[in-house]
Structure formats: C-alpha cells, structure tokens
Design a protein around this ligand. Structure first.
Ligand SMILES: [Zn+2]
Ligand SMILES: [Zn+2]
Length: 248
C-alpha cells in the first residue's frame, strides 16, 4: 500500500514538473517556433537588422563610418533640431510586423521583447564614458481623440518602461499636441514640416536635456518639430530614442 502511494506521488511530481516545463516553453512572436525564452527566439533576435554606421544625429545607416558626432549630408542640409538619435533596429521585417501588431492590436507581447532588448542596449550606451544622461524622457504625444480611439499611446508605454528600468524620470505632462495633424505619409519634407508647424505645445518648463521616446522614426519631421518647440522653451539638448528607424 505504502509502496503504491510512493509510486503515485513520484508519478504526480513527475507530471507537475512536466507541466512546469511546458509552461516555460512559449511561442516566438516572429517565427512561431517554440522557444524557452519569452518573446523572440534566439535566431530571430540575431536576425534583427541594425543600421550600419548610423549618423550620430538622425540614425540613418551610412555606407561608411563617419567621424564621432559627425552628421550625415542630409542632416547638414536640413539641420534637424534634435541632437542625437538612438534607434534599436531598422524598420524592416519582423520589427515592422511586431510593432504594427502591438500598436493596432494593443498586444504588448509582440513588441515587449524589443522594448526590453533595447532597454539593455540603452543601459550599455548610458554606461559609456562621456554619454550625457537625459534629465527627462518625453513620449511623443498623440492627439487625445486618436489616443481615445486606440486606447493607449505606445510611446508613453515605452517611455514608462525605459524610465523605470533605467532610473530616468519620464513625463507625458511636459508636451501636448495642440491640434490634430493630417497624415504625414505621401508628403515631402517641406510639406511635412509645414503640416506639423505649431502642432505641439510645451506645458511645463523643460529641463536642459530631454530625450523624446517613440516606437518608430520615419523621416524625423515630428522629432524636428518637437525638438524646436522644446529648444524655444529653453531646453539645450534634445535626443531621440526609438525602437526602429525607417531606412531611406
Ligand atoms: Zn523566432
Ligand atoms: Zn543624419
């Protein structure tokens, strides 16, 4: 009888261990293979494309390495008002698909592996000598109507996570959208800048060094407009941290 019970309890504990093992295996959000780590499997993580020799100012990939803090030709011509861009990856598959599903499906599990990976990259970047630490992270604001429709602002979600894990204050109260703007796609640079003019208002005095947070930087027109607005209000340096940069 006791022998029988011992066998039963061994069988049960084996079963429980199997269940724990099974629950530790998840599905990779990109390739749908089984993985032992949450989110992206290791091969998918390795396949993510980063910008080669990114321009210090706008983060676009360059054919060769530029000097430290040297802007690219495009930045020299168009003078973006922001000072530096940190972009995790290029906005290509599977990054584009993961971000889209996160934004429009409100499902964090798709983008969160990226947000966490980039959080680690930012930690390493901030630990480099002479890297200035931002005083405040500010998410790119969404128009209140759009935010109500979508249910959340992904930039706020990401800024909160990075702020918390990196120990930097973040605030969605320093900047607001003063008006809804027409969609930017299909507009050239001049029209984009015109479309965004005075679209943002600074609602609290900004500290000297602000870092804007968003999911994707496409042309940089929004970051330019916000950086000029903050600088006109007294900020000295405005950086940009985004998950992905749209390649040219
Ligand atoms: Zn995978
Ligand atoms: Zn550039």
């Amino acid at each position: 009888m006791i022998k029988g019970l011992t066998a039963l309890s061994t069988l049960l504990s084996h079963r429980v261990n199997c269940i724990i093992q099974e629950t530790r295996t998840t599905t990779c959000v990109a390739c749908l293979d089984k993985t032992h780590q949450p989110g992206l499997c290791t091969p998918c993580q390795r396949s993510l494309e980063t910008a080669q020799h990114p321009c210090f100012q706008c983060g676009l990939p360059m054919p060769r390495r530029l000097g430290p803090e040297t802007p690219c030709g495009d930045c020299l011509r168009h003078h973006p008002a922001f000072d530096h861009t940190q972009a995790g990856w290029l906005y290509r598959f599977p990054i584009d698909a993961l971000i889209t599903r996160y934004k429009y499906g409100k499902d964090r599990s798709f983008a969160w592996p990226l947000v966490q990976l980039m959080g680690e990259q930012l930690r390493a970047y901030l630990a480099e000598p002479d890297t200035p630490r931002p005083d405040l992270l500010v998410p790119v604001p969404m128009h209140p109507r759009k935010q109500r429709q979508r249910g959340f602002n992904q930039a706020e979600d990401i800024a909160e996570y990075w702020g918390r894990t990196l120990g930097i204050p973040w605030s969605a109260e320093h900047l607001h959208r003063s008006r809804a703007t027409a969609a930017q796609s299909g507009l050239d640079r001049k029209s984009r800048r015109r479309n965004l003019r005075q679209a943002f208002v600074v609602s609290r005095p900004p500290p000297a060094h602000i870092t804007l947070v968003d999911d994707v930087m496409t042309t940089g027109s929004t970051a330019h407009e916000i950086a000029s607005t903050f600088k006109a209000a007294g900020a000295k340096r405005v950086d940009v941290w985004v998950l992905a940069r749209t390649p040219p």
